[in-house]
Design a protein around this ligand. Sequence first.
Ligand code: C5P
Ligand code: MG
Length: 202
Amino acid sequence: MSLESAFTQDQISVIFVLGGPGAGKGTQCAKLVKDYGFVHLSAGDLLRAEQDREGSEFGSLIKNYIKEGLIVPQEITIQLLKNAILENYEKGSTKYLVDGFPRKMDQAITFEQVIVKAKFVLFFDCSETVMLERLLERGKSSGRIDDNIESIKKRFKTFIDTSMPVIEYFNEQSRVVKINCETSVDEVYEQVQSALKDRLDL
Ligand code: C5P
Ligand code: MG
């Protein structure tokens, strides 16, 4: 792996979007795409697409990790993100929301080494009670193999044990904007917009 990053911070802007499962990351990202023209790259969505891609050598591995709420080995996820960014960059896109990533310390370090340093982290803070309620509701129609109580418990544990240290790492560098997610979609969005204005002058 080359030590030089693929992009400079002048070429593209990346915002990491983090928060527990069901915190509302996807919902807020969809609004930002519409209003600001970001490209939304959900690591989970990219993994599910790779899992379903005919001929993928990683299909069953990804499926098992997702069902167990575990973090897929970083090489796979980073390659998917890198391909997606390159593809969109060739079409002229320069602003990216990288959603549900980095979920583990190695992903954070490697992404910033090989792709680009992120501008900042949007952290959607939400209690497990509220997230559980949302995930069970979503599970009625999502068709996701991990929106069931057994998988959800495992995902919460992974979030606390593996992903919170990533948020702490960025927080120590003053790169985290914490958003309270337990209010309405519109109220959450106001906080998000104000973060973009402060941090990126958008
Ligand atoms: O973000 P989302 O809830 O869609 O992620 C679903 C699952 O995909 C996670 O529980 C995890 O198994 C996997 N994932 C991962 N690494 C990431 C993002 C998601 O392994 N950075
Ligand atoms: Mg999502």
